[in-house]
Design a protein. Structure first.
Length: 377
């Protein structure tokens, strides 16, 4: 197994991207499966799970909407134009896929309620209105509930899907950014990198930040693939042998081989309690690995930028190759691993359909789970 190569990715739908730009990010299992999944409102639904209960009073109108054929940004532009309010006054907790049937919450100034009563659009249905004291901000959601339908799933394909889902149910999955994060051409991250290098200037702040965040996401995915590659090698070889293959200093992988979970924790990894909690440095690797296997905590990866904690010791040796300290935007750390919950499945043999439902924490991509079932992006 070779080190992870760096190739592009972006924000449309993974299944509409040209195959030439799909990056070879690694997964834990070596599986190839040829079922059909075409994201559409009939076969792909997303329901946002709010972070908290809305109070029912306040100066912000909370609107639960169901949409299809529109991205969240297109929806906010539409509402801004129709209701006569600035787009910046419209709040949302997360971006939802244009190709799915999605349900999410928006916040509007309460003064827009009368205009909203007259609002009509074939791709948008207002489901519920309530009030709250605060505007919705990005990240103000607990997670998302997904329902997907796969087609042309015959006996062999079904058995492979079942096997991988069993593994995911027990061990979780990599928390990659989905291919749609990087745009229809898969080049947003390159534009972001060019901005960071000072070779491209974008005046609009939101667009500039979006492109740079795509570059941060690409670096994270490359790092995560490298760590998965190391973990896969450790299933077959000893620590010293893998250090040699990966050209790592002696001792970098000390204490990894015997860890209980597939994803091996390195000394100096920043861990975080799961599904939310504080950051802390991994010290007792065996203990942390057991708690990862128990779904109590997970290692995190770097989204490079300012004011962010960088890994230490052995973990930093690997992370450093995927850091760019020129990035002036806010950095953060992201779970490297997540655990899909409430996994439900139903096979319809007469139609060769496979229906799958599950929930993911905020910021995680259903398309990554699909890619793992297929055996790659």
């Amino acid at each position: 197994m070779k080190k992870n190569e760096k190739k592009p990715k972006e924000e449309s739908s993974i299944f509409h991207l040209p195959s030439s730009i799909l990056a070879p990010w690694l997964f834990p299992l070596s599986v190839k499966n040829d079922f059909v999944f075409n994201p559409s409102p009939r076969d792909f639904t997303v329901e946002e799970i709010p972070l908290y209960e809305f109070s029912g009073s306040g100066e912000h109108l909370i609107v639960q909407v169901r949409k299809k054929g529109l991205s969240t940004w297109e929806l906010t532009d539409l509402l801004s134009n129709r209701l006569g309010i600035p787009r910046r006054q419209i709040g949302y907790a997360g971006l939802k896929d244009k190709h799915a049937l999605t349900t999410q919450y928006l916040s509007l100034p309460a003064s827009a309620e009368k205009e909203l009563e007259r609002f009509e659009h074939e791709g948008v249905k207002i489901l519920e209105l309530t009030r709250h004291e605060n505007k919705l901000r990005v990240g103000h959601l607990k997670g998302n509930r997904f329902r997907l339908r796969f087609k042309k799933v015959l006996g062999v394909q079904k058995e492979k899907i079942d096997r991988v889902l069993d593994w995911i149910g027990k061990s979780g999955m990599p928390n990659y950014f989905g291919e749609q994060r990087f745009g229809t051409e898969g080049t947003n991250w390159l534009e972001g990198k060019t901005i960071v290098e000072g070779k491209l200037r974008i005046r609009e702040r939101k667009m500039r930040e979006f492109l740079i965040s795509a570059y941060q996401s690409k670096l994270f995915n490359d790092w995560l693939s490298r760590r998965i590659g190391i973990s896969r090698l450790l299933e077959e070889f000893g620590e010293r042998e893998v250090e040699g293959i990966e050209e790592l200093p002696p001792g970098t992988l000390r204490g990894t081989k015997g860890q209980e979970h597939f994803f091996k924790i390195l000394a100096g990894d920043w861990m975080m309690h799961y599904p939310y909690g504080r950051l802390f440095v991994a010290e007792d690797l065996a203990s942390e690995a057991a708690k990862l296997a128990a779904k109590d905590r997970c290692p995190t990866g770097l989204l490079p930028g300012r004011k962010v904690k960088r890994a230490q010791q052995s973990a930093r040796i690997v992370e450093e190759a995927y850091d760019d300290e020129r990035i002036a935007e806010q950095g953060s750390r992201r779970y490297a691993w997540v655990f899909p919950m409430e996994i439900g499945r139903r096979y319809v043999p007469e139609k060769a359909h496979y229906e799958l439902s599950f929930t993911l924490p905020k910021g995680s991509y259903a398309t990554v789970l699909v890619a793992m079932l297929k055996g790659g992006f």
